[in-house]
Design a protein around this ligand. Structure first.
Ligand SMILES: [Zn+2]
Length: 90
């Protein structure tokens, strides 16, 4: 019984990171938010992950979101593709 309650209350690190990513893209439910907050308070590694995620999200919003719209031009996309292909050595 206690183990089942623990599974309901506490997230794994994998579930926590997925919820953090989801929260950046959309709203999460109050239940998900509670479980995530609980996990982050107890898990040092997920706290660090959350901090890095917030920094990256802030940088991306400054770089690509202006006036409520996504501003990514085709040359940025092609530049990213070229870098990925170069790093993959294809
Ligand atoms: Zn964790």
């Amino acid at each position: 019984m206690l183990k089942k309650l623990m599974n309901i209350m506490f997230l794994s690190c994998c579930e926590a990171t997925l919820l953090m990513e989801k929260r950046c893209a959309e709203d999460i439910s109050p239940k998900e938010n509670f479980r995530l907050s609980l996990h982050i308070r107890m898990c040092k590694w997920c706290r660090i992950y959350q901090e890095k995620l917030e920094i990256l999200d802030g940088i991306l919003k400054i770089k690509f979101f202006q006036d409520g719209k996504v501003n990514i031009n085709q040359s940025d996309i092609q530049l990213l593709k070229d870098k990925v292909i170069k790093n993959l050595n294809i």
